[in-house]
Design a protein around this ligand. Structure first.
Ligand SMILES: Cc1ncc(COP(=O)(O)O)c(C=O)c1O
Length: 360
C-alpha cells in the first residue's frame, strides 16, 4: 500500500502525547453534518446480518442506486469504496498509457504504479485557479487510453463545466474516461453536472463514493456506473462478497428512501455554503495565506512564509489535524488543505491559522 492519505490522527496524538479522541480531524473531506440520521438505527437493527454471507455481487445495493439515478442496474457495480475501482480500472481496461488531470488525488497514479502501467499528468497551475487548459488536456488525451478526472477535484476544488467534459469525451472515442464524482453531491446543482444519470457515453465510467457525502468512510461503499462493455471488463476482476453485509444493508436502506436523499444533499449544501462564507470572512485580509476559492467544502491554501509540514505542525499543536499537500504532484511544498466542519470547530481552525501565521 502506498502511504500518504489524510486522517492520521494517531500520529499527531502520539506527538502531542494526548488521547486520539482529542484530535480534531480537518484533514479528511467528509460531510460536516455526519451521516443521515437513520444510518445508526439501521446498523443496530441489522447487526445480525453479519451472521451470514452477504450477497456476493451486492446486486440489491446496486438496484437502489440505479433506480435513484434512473439507469439500468446492469450498468452499475457496487464496490468496497471507490478505491476498489480506482485500483482495478487501469488493469481491467488494459490501459498502457494513463493520463491524470492534476494536481489531484494520488491514488490514481498509485494504481498505475501498482501494475507497472505508464502514466503522465496534465497539471493545471495556480494562475488559473487550477482550472485545466482543456485544449492541452485534449492533446494529451489523444496519446492516452485511459484518463482520470476528479470533478470537483481533490485537493484544488476545481470544477470543470460539464459541456467541456462532454466535448472531451466525444472527441476521443478510443480513450476511456474515468470521472470521479466522489465530491459532486456537495456542490449546488450537482444533479445537472453529474454523468451518472447520463449514460450515453460508451467510453466513460463514473465513480460515486458513498463515503464522503453520507459520512460513512468506515463502511467502505461506492459505485461504478458506465457502459456495458466497460462494466464487463471491470466485472472480470470483481471478487465475491467484496461489500460486507452491514454496508449493503445501510446503502439499500438509503436508496429505499429516495425521498430523503435530495433533502439531505440540500441541507448539506446550504450548511456548507453558509459556514464556508463565515469561515472565509474570518480569514479575509489575513496576510501570509492565499485561499483558492472553490465550490467544495475543503479548501486549498498556499502559505507565503511556511512550508506545509511546518504549518501543519503549528496548527497540530492546537490538536487540529490538517492536510499537508506536499505529496500531491504539481503542488509545491507550501500547500495545505483543510476540510471545514461545524461552525465552532471552523472558528477554532481560523484562530489556530492566524496564530500559526503570526509565528506565535
Ligand atoms: C477523489 C477521491 N476519490 C475516491 C476516494 C476514495 O473514497 P472511497 O474509497 O471511500 O469511496 C477518495 C478518498 O479520499 C477521494 O478523495
Amino acid at each position: 500500500m502506498i502511504q500518504g492519505h489524510g486522517g492520521n490522527k494517531q500520529k499527531l496524538a502520539t506527538r502531542l502525547g494526548c488521547p486520539v479522541e482529542d484530535i480534531i480531524d480537518m484533514s479528511s473531506n467528509l460531510n460536516p453534518l455526519g451521516p443521515p440520521e437513520r444510518i445508526h438505527r439501521v446498523i443496530r437493527e441489522k447487526l445480525t446480518a453479519i451472521h451470514a454471507l452477504p450477497e456476493p455481487d451486492a446486486a440489491s445495493m446496486s438496484r437502489g442506486f440505479a433506480r435513484y439515478h434512473g439507469i439500468d442496474p446492469a450498468s452499475v457495480i457496487p464496490g468496497n469504496g471507490t478505491t476498489f475501482f480506482i485500483y482495478t480500472l487501469p488493469v481491467a481496461l488494459g490501459a498502457r498509457q494513463v493520463l491524470i488531470l492534476g494536481p489531484t488525488y494520488s491514488d490514481y497514479q498509485d494504481a498505475c504504479t501498482m501494475y507497472g502501467i505508464a502514466y503522465s499528468h496534465c497539471l493545471a497551475g495556480k494562475e488559473t485557479g487550477f482550472q485545466p487548459d482543456m485544449d492541452l488536456v485534449s492533446a494529451q488525451a489523444a496519446q492516452s487510453d485511459l484518463v482520470f478526472i476528479c470533478n470537483p477535484n481533490n485537493p484544488t476544488g476545481a470544477l470543470i463545466p460539464k459541456p467541456d467534459l462532454e466535448r472531451l469525451i466525444r472527441r476521443h472515442p478510443d480513450t476511456c474516461f474515468v470521472m470521479d464524482e466522489s465530491y459532486l453531491p456537495f456542490v449546488e446543482e450537482a444533479e445537472a453536472l453529474s454523468f451518472v444519470s447520463d449514460p450515453g457515453y460508451p467510453n466513460l465510467v463514473v465513480l460515486s463514493s458513498m463515503s464522503k457525502i453520507f459520512r460513512i468512510p468506515g463502511l467502505r461503499t461506492g459505485f461504478l456506473s458506465g457502459s456495458q462493455p466497460l462494466i464487463d471488463k471491470v466485472m472480470a476482476y470483481y471478487q465475491p462478497w467484496s461489500v460486507n453485509s452491514l454496508a449493503q444493508e445501510v446503502i439499500q436502506d438509503i436508496f429505499n428512501h429516495p425521498e430523503t436523499i435530495l433533502p439531505f444533499y440540500q441541507q448539506t449544501r446550504n450548511y456548507i455554503q453558509r459556514e464556508k462564507e463565515r469561515f472565509l470572512a474570518t480569514l479575509d485580509g489575513v496576510a501570509g495565506i492565499r485561499i483558492f476559492e472553490a465550490p467544495t467544502y475543503f479548501i486549498l491554501a498556499e502559505l507565503e512564509n511556511f512550508t506545509a509540514p511546518e504549518f501543519c505542525d503549528r496548527v497540530g499543536n492546537d490538536r487540529i489535524l490538517i492536510r499537508d499537500c506536499t505529496n500531491f504532484r504539481g503542488l509545491s511544498g507550501r500547500f495545505v488543505r483543510f476540510s471545514l466542519k461545524t461552525r465552532d470547530i471552523n472558528q477554532l481552525l481560523a484562530r489556530s491559522i492566524k496564530k500559526a501565521l503570526s509565528g506565535e
